[in-house]
Design a protein around this ligand. Structure first.
Ligand SMILES: C[S@@+](CC[C@H](N)C(=O)[O-])C[C@H]1O[C@@H](n2cnc3c(N)ncnc32)[C@H](O)[C@@H]1O
Length: 442
């Protein structure tokens, strides 16, 4: 029998009241996958989440935690293997919180994610099929966030705050892996045993790697400058946020090619490791193309890009002649976006606003087309405003959480929008995460 999967620790999340009974052994038939990759079974009229079990499998499991609505169990023995089961490829799988689906064949992972998107669409949506955008299943990430504490560097454990020391992650692009290996020792020596915080590493299209640190200690300017010299040429230190405030290097930003049009012209976005950028540049290009094709922005047409970040979608829209209103809350990214817009002389009006606050949302009357790409919390307030703004006729919604997408699409569907196309973007293979894109018109 294949090696058993055991997650490190299992804590309840949210405000669910949990009782820790004496562990109970049960035999369970797994019926489907939960959003977080655990198997779902039913026992005594209650849902049981079973870590490490797949639909079609019968398992002997130990119930570790019980709440009023559901129980949580750990798979001890599988009595059969689902045909889609594969051997996890990473030695840290099960302990590390980064991946949840490595034990599931990649085609089945994608099917599961398409299903999640299908369930998020309004019931009346009758589109022929959900498109799938997928790329390399390994070595795809161009950026990563790690944690460090007590002289150790790694990822947070599954469902717990403890740290799993990870020397190599197969999801990282090769240049990122090589750089992580090279800087690990000098960086941990410089940080010492008593500091803790976060490290962000990112690689640009030209292969240069940059890093930014957020430290819980006070880090002086001279400490930061020494560290920057120490790490070169394996990585460029861009930023250190600590109790002393923020230190920034004057190194030129990294570049990311976000757009390749049919004529072969490219658009490079400049970014730093502390800025948001989509995890896979390859799939980001696919997302940009899909949204551009769906919105069909015309020359001189006003289009809004809400949650615009560095202008990942605003700039391709402007390149097509649209007059873009681009909104985000992050002033540092907006300042960088402003500078890029000025250099490229693009028609983009970047504005800072909290888009979770309905009253702050700029929504000019001339606007007919909108793109939105919110964080996991979704865009409830914005969708409520779009619902009553009858001049808005086309919406391209890019989402990183099917649950909030479902809630927001219901608001738009209730205001007369119907789904014209949808795509699942497998931006994060082997993890529970996905991107989804939905094009709506009314
Ligand atoms: C998923 S990222 C998308 C960024 C950009 N569209 C891209 O493709 O790179 C979400 C963006 O939402 C922004 N954001 C988060 N909360 C916000 C808020 N309350 N109001 C406005 N923007 C917010 C973040 O700064 C981030 O740039």
């Amino acid at each position: 029998m294949a090696k058993l999967f055991k997650p490190a620790g299992s804590k309840s999340r949210g405000k669910v009241k949990v009782s820790r009974h004496k562990p109970k052994r049960v035999e369970l038939d797994i019926q489907r996958l939960a959003d977080d990759g655990r198997g779902i079974a039913h026992h005594n009229g209650k849902v049981v989440f079973v870590a490490g079990a797949l639909p079609g499998e019968t398992v002997q499991a130990t119930v570790k935690e019980q709440s009023r609505r559901f129980d949580q169990a750990i798979c001890d023995t599988r009595l059969n293997d689902a045909p889609e089961r594969v051997e996890p490829f990473c030695q840290h799988y099960g302990a590390c919180g980064g991946c949840q689906l490595q034990h599931l064949d990649i085609a089945a992972q994608r099917q599961h994610k398409v299903q999640r998107l299908a369930q998020a669409l309004p019931p009346a949506a009758s589109i022929p099929e959900i498109a799938v955008l997928s790329g390399k299943p390994l070595a795809y990430r161009h950026r990563v966030r790690l944690h460090y504490r007590q002289g150790r560097l790694g990822f947070l454990a599954r469902q717990s705050n403890s740290l799993v020391e990870v020397a190599e992650c197969p999801l990282l692009q090769d240049a990122l892996s090589a750089s992580l290996k090279a800087i690990r020792q000098p960086l941990l020596e410089a940080l010492g045993q008593h500091d803790s915080g976060e490290l962000r590493l990112a690689v640009g299209d030209d292969g240069r790697v940059g890093l930014s640190l957020s430290s819980h200690q006070a880090r002086s300017e001279s400490w930061c400058e020494q560290l920057a010299q120490h790490l070169t040429p394996d990585a460029t230190l861009y930023q250190v946020a600590s109790q002393c405030g923020e230190w920034h290097s004057d190194a030129s930003p990294l570049t990311l090619n976000v757009y390749d049009d049919s004529a072969g012209s490219q658009l490079a976005l400049l970014f730093r490791p502390n800025h948001f950028s989509q995890a896979s540049p390859e799939l980001n290009r696919g997302m940009v193309d899909w949204c551009m094709a769906g919105l069909q922005a015309q020359s001189g047409e006003p289009v809004a890009d809400y949650f615009c970040g560095l202008g990942n979608f605003s700039r391709p829209l402007a390149q097509r002649g649209a007059k873009v209103l681009a909104v985000d809350l992050d002033r540092a990214m907006l300042a960088e976006a402003d500078a890029q817009r000025d250099r490229a002389r693009e028609a983009i009006d970047y504005r800072c606003a909290d888009l979770f606050d309905g009253e702050q949302i700029p929504l000019p009357k001339a606007l007919t087309k909108v793109l939105l790409d919110p964080p996991r919390a979704g865009a409830k307030s914005l969708c409520e405003r779009l619902a009553v703004a009858r001049h808005v006729r086309t919406v391209a919604y890019v989402s990183c959480d099917p649950a909030t997408l479902k809630r927001d699409l219901a608001i738009l569907a209730g205001a007369g929008f119907s789904v014209k196309a949808a795509a699942m973007v497998d931006m994060f293979p082997h993890t529970q995460h996905q991107e989804s894109m939905v094009l709506l018109t009314r």
